[in-house]
Design a protein around this ligand. Structure first.
Ligand code: ADP
Ligand code: ADP
Length: 218
């Protein structure tokens, strides 16, 4: 099966802007696909459609599996809740049993390398660490598809490189399917096994290439 499939997708906004046109995309389980392109080419729109946050005006969007994880650039954590309580939140909202969600949260925290920081508040953490909390919170739900919207865009260079390596390791360990939006071609090439290039007005996929292993370092 496919983790995500877009067929002939079009997105036209009420003001007449066509953000996406004739987008074809299929992501298999275990695929990590990046989308690069200039600002305004429709990357965020594509991700919103993939997540179900918005509907296409033409074509179809299909996701297999019931869970989609979403990681944004600004790690929207609740400042009054500890790292552990932030990571547990989605399972809490889903009504998961307390012992079970605690165990899953601890697993996710271990996976992102934040063991020992469970009781800290987001305000006590660096930007890189807050991004890890956000990643752990998404991992916690064990999504079959992960959507990343420029998650490392606001980080300094050193932190960004470390986070790229972390994400590559986590991906290798968990094997989720990923769709990763970025401005950076080097980041796309480092992280993914397939890169899609978009152009603007209207937003379309204009090129696509596979990345051979091992991935070159940016
Ligand atoms: P990117 O993420 O690549 O920067 P976006 O998906 O945000 O691009 O936007 C694609 C195009 O759609 C842009 O021209 C943008 O101005 C336009 N757009 C995005 N959202 C809306 C909206 N709600 N209404 C009208 N136009 C929009
Ligand atoms: P940033 O690069 O945004 O400052 P880091 O992830 O590098 O964020 O964390 C900042 C500091 O916190 C680092 O100096 C590091 O020593 C410490 N730190 C980060 N992650 C861990 C960890 N898993 N275990 C112990 N210390 C950590």
């Amino acid at each position: 099966g496919t983790a995500l499939r877009l067929d002939g997708v079009e997105k036209r906004f009420p003001n007449g802007t066509t953000a996406l046109e004739k987008v074809e995309l299929a992501i298999a389980p275990g695929d990590f696909v990046s989308v690069v392109g200039p600002s305004g080419c429709g990357k965020s729109t594509l991700l919103r459609l993939a997540s179900g946050l918005d509907q296409p005006t033409g074509g179809t969007v299909h996701t297999s599996g019931d869970r989609v994880g979403y990681v944004f650039q600004d790690a929207t954590l609740l400042p009054w809740r500890s790292v552990l309580a932030n990571v547990e939140l989605p399972a809490e909202l889903a009504g998961a049993d307390k012992a079970e969600r605690r165990e899953r949260a601890r697993d996710a925290i271990r996976l992102v390398g934040l063991e020992g920081f469970e009781k800290q508040l987001p305000g006590q953490l660096s930007g890189g660490m807050r991004m890890r909390v956000s990643l752990a919170r998404a991992l916690m739900m064990r999504p079959s598809l992960f959507l990343f919207d420029e998650p490392f865009g606001a980080l300094d260079e050193m932190t960004r490189m470390r986070m790229q390596e972390e994400l590559q390791r986590i991906f290798a360990e968990t094997g989720f399917a990923g769709l990763f939006i970025t401005h950076s071609v080097t980041e796309a090439v480092f992280l993914s096994n397939r890169v899609l290039v978009m152009s603007a007005r209207p937003g379309r996929i204009v090129a696509e290439f596979d990345v051979p292993f091992p991935h070159p370092r940016p």
